[in-house]
Design a protein around this ligand. Structure first.
Ligand SMILES: CC(=O)SCCNC(=O)CCNC(=O)[C@H](O)C(C)(C)COP(=O)(O)OP(=O)(O)OC[C@H]1O[C@@H](n2cnc3c(N)ncnc32)[C@H](O)[C@@H]1OP(=O)(O)O
Ligand SMILES: N[C@@H](CCO)C(=O)O
Length: 517
C-alpha cells in the first residue's frame, strides 16, 4: 500500500505492529481523528489506550481520573491494585474510574511504536514531542466521548501527578473538583531533567541505537537497561538499599557453569574477566570473544607478561571443557560472576546482591519497554511546567528570569489550582523532594500537605499503600458530594472507603533465574 492510500485507510490499526500493546489486558483504544500538539505537529488517527472500572452515573459526575507514572500503563489495577476496587479507597462501587495511557508510552496510546498513518510505518524516532498538557487534553477528549461531565477527583503520582495538576489547571474547578498530586512538582526540576538526560545518553551510547532506527528484534537493550538501572537509583533511597542489600553478595558460580570463553587461563585473563564482569554490549552475539581478544589470549606471553612474576600464573590445561554456549539474548550478560580467579578462595566477591538486583531490574524492564518510547516520555517529563505559557500577572514584568518565572508560577498556582487538594510527598524522595510538594501546597489556596514517613524514596507512592490509602481515603470521604456518599447502612459498617487491599504480583512479576548473573 502506498503512503497516500494508507492515510485514507480508516481501518488501519495504529497498534498493528506494536508488540507491547498486548502487555495490558482488556484495555480499550479510542482513536481520535486528529490532534495538534503543543509543538505544532498534528497527529492523525491518534490511539489513546484506557481502562475504566465501575459505572458512569446518569449525571456523568462520579468520575475519578487516575494518572499513571513514567513507565506505567492504563492498568491502574495492576500498579495501584490495593487502592482500587469495590469498597476500596477508590471505590468502584461508587465511582467511575478512568485511567488513560500517556502518548509516547508503549502501551497503546500513540507512540514511536504505533503506525504513522501518513506512511503506514512505525513513527520510531520521528514521533513528535508530546507534552503532559497534550496528554490531558487528549485524555479528556476520550472521557468526553464516554459521557463524563464532572471529574470528582484526579489522582496521580510523579509524572501522574504532573498530569493531575494539568487536569486541574487546564479545566478548572467546575470540571475537576478535587486534586491529589503525589510525589510530584509544579515544574520538573533541574535535578530531574539531569537524570533524564543521563538515562537518554545511556541509550544513545548503545551501538544498536542507530539514531532510533533499530529493528525491534535488535534493540539497544544494553542502553535501555542501563537507563532503567540509573532511574531506579533515583526512585529508591540510600537507606532502603543499605537495609535491603547491605554488602551481601550473590552465590558465586563454579567454573563448570561458565562458557569456555569465560574460563580464565591466566591471571591476566582472570583480571580482564573480572574487570569486564557485567559488561553487556554484545558485538559478538554468538558468545565468542572478538577475534583480536581471542588471539591475544592464546598468544605467547609478551615480555611484559613474562616479567610479571607470580601473578601471571598460567592455568593448568585441565580447565573444564564446556558445551558451546546456548543462544544468549541481547539482554543477557556477556560475563558471569567468577567464583574467584583460579578457583582460589577470594575475599573479594564479584557480584554484590545490589548489583544483581539492578541488573535484574534492567533486564525485567527490557521485556516491557522500548528505547524510543523511553526517550519520548522522559523528554515529555522534561517539558513539565504547569505555568508554561501563562502571562505574568498585571503589573509584574513578564521577564524570563528565574524570579519572573517564579512569579508566574505563583500566580498560576493561586488562580488556576484552586480546587481542594491533598498534596502528598514521600519523606525520603530525592527525585521529587518534599520541598517541591511544599511549593505546591503553599501556592495552591486550598491545598493540604502530607509528607509520608517512608524509607522507600520516590517509589514510596507506588509502595506505601497503607499510608497513602489512609490519607486519600479520608480526603475522598471528606469531599465526596452527598449524592455519591455511601448509603447510611453501608457507612455504619465501618470505614469501607478506606479499605486497602492486599498487594498482588504485578504483570511483570516473573522471577528470572538469578544465577544468570
Ligand atoms: C504494562 C504495565 O502495566 S507497567 C505497570 C507496572 N509498572 C509501573 O506501573 C511502573 C511503576 N512500577 C514500578 O516502578 C515498580 O513495579 C514498583 C516500584 C512498584 C515495584 O518494583 P518491583 O520491581 O516490583 O519491586 P522490587 O524493587 O522490590 O524488586 C523485586 C524484584 O527484584 C528481584 N530481586 C530482589 N533482589 C534481587 C537480587 N539481589 N538480585 C536479583 N533480583 C533481585 C525480586 O526477585 C523481584 O523480582 P520479580 O519482580 O520478578 O518478582
Ligand atoms: N517507578 C516509577 C517511577 C516513576 O516516577 C515508574 O517507573 O513509573
Amino acid at each position: 500500500m502506498v503512503a497516500s492510500d494508507v492515510s485514507r485507510d480508516s481501518n488501519l490499526d495504529p497498534n498493528r505492529d506494536n508488540p507491547l500493546v498486548h502487555v495490558v489486558r482488556d484495555q480499550h483504544i479510542h482513536v481520535l481523528p486528529a490532534y495538534t500538539l503543543e509543538c505544532g505537529a498534528t497527529l492523525t488517527r491518534v490511539p489513546i489506550a484506557y481502562k475504566t472500572w465501575g459505572t458512569l452515573n446518569e449525571r456523568g459526575d462520579n468520575v475519578v481520573v487516575i494518572c499513571h507514572a513514567l513507565t506505567g500503563s492504563a492498568d491502574a489495577a495492576d500498579w495501584w491494585g490495593p487502592l482500587l476496587g469495590p469498597g476500596a479507597v477508590v471505590d468502584t462501587d461508587r465511582f467511575f474510574v478512568f485511567c488513560a495511557n500517556i502518548t509516547g508510552s508503549p502501551y497503546g496510546s500513540a507512540s514511536p511504536l504505533t503506525l504513522d498513518p501518513a506512511t503506514g510505518q512505525r513513527y520510531g524516532p520521528a514521533f513528535p514531542l508530546t507534552t503532559i498538557r497534550d496528554d490531558v487534553h487528549m485524555h479528556r477528549a476520550v472521557l468526553d466521548a464516554l459521557g463524563a461531565r464532572v471529574v470528582q477527583f484526579v489522582i496521580g503520582g510523579s509524572l501522574g501527578g504532573m498530569q493531575a495538576l494539568e487536569w486541574a489547571s487546564r479545566f478548572g474547578p467546575d470540571y475537576v473538583r478535587h486534586v491529589v498530586p503525589l510525589a510530584t512538582s509544579a515544574r520538573h526540576s533541574a535535578w530531574g531533567i539531569s537524570w533524564g538526560e543521563a538515562q537518554r545518553q545511556s541509550i544513545y551510547a548503545d551501538p544498536r541505537y542507530c539514531d532510533g532506527h533499530y529493528a525491534l528484534d535488535a534493540p539497544p537493550a544494553t542502553g535501555l537497561a542501563a537507563a532503567r538501572m540509573t532511574a531506579l537509583l533515583t526512585y529508591r533511597s540510600r537507606a532502603s538499599f543499605d537495609t535491603r542489600f547491605g554488602r551481601r553478595t550473590m552465590p558465586a558460580l563454579p567454573y563448570t557453569a561458565l562458557a569456555p570463553h569465560h574460563v580464565p587461563r591466566s591471571d591476566r585473563d582472570a583480571a580482564r574477566l573480572l574487570h569486564n564482569e557485567g559488561h553487556r554490549v554484545r558485538l559478538h552475539p554468538d558468545g565468542r570473544r572478538p577475534p583480536s581478544v581471542a588471539a591475544a589470549a592464546s598468544s605467547p606471553p609478551s615480555a611484559a607478561t613474562a616479567n610479571a612474576g607470580p601473578a601471571s600464573t598460567t592455568l593448568p590445561a585441565s580447565a573444564p571443557s564446556l558445551p558451546a554456549p546456548t543462544a544468549v539474548s541481547a539482554a543477557s550478560s556477556l560475563a558471569l560472576p567468577l567464583a574467584s580467579p583460579f578457583a582460589k578462595p577470594s575475599a573479594t566477591p564479584s557480584v554484590y546482591s545490589v548489583q544483581s538486583y539492578l541488573r535484574y531490574q534492567g533486564d525485567k524492564f527490557l521485556s516491557r519497554f522500548d528505547a524510543n518510547c523511553y526517550i519520548a516520555i522522559t523528554r515529555k517529563m522534561d517539558t513539565h511546567d504547569v505555568s508554561r505559557g501563562y502571562a505574568a500577572p498585571a503589573g509584574v514584568a513578564d521577564d524570563a528570569t528565574d524570579a519572573g518565572r517564579d512569579r508566574v508560577l505563583a500566580e498560576v498556582l493561586a488562580t488556576r489550582l484552586v480546587q481542594p487538594a491533598l498534596v502528598i510527598g514521600i519523606e525520603t524522595d530525592g527525585l521529587f523532594a518534599p520541598e517541591e510538594q511544599a511549593v505546591l501546597a503553599d501556592g495552591m489556596p486550598n491545598a493540604r500537605l502530607v509528607v509520608i514517613p517512608s524509607a522507600e524514596g520516590h517509589d514510596g507512592f507506588l509502595l506505601e499503600f497503607e499510608q497513602i490509602g489512609a490519607h486519600i481515603g479520608a480526603f475522598i470521604d471528606q469531599y465526596t458530594p452527598a449524592h455519591l456518599q455511601l448509603a447510611s447502612a453501608e457507612a455504619t459498617d465501618g470505614p469501607r472507603s478506606r479499605k486497602v487491599g492486599a498487594v498482588t504480583a504485578s504483570t511483570f512479576g516473573e522471577a528470572d533465574d538469578l544465577l544468570q548473573w
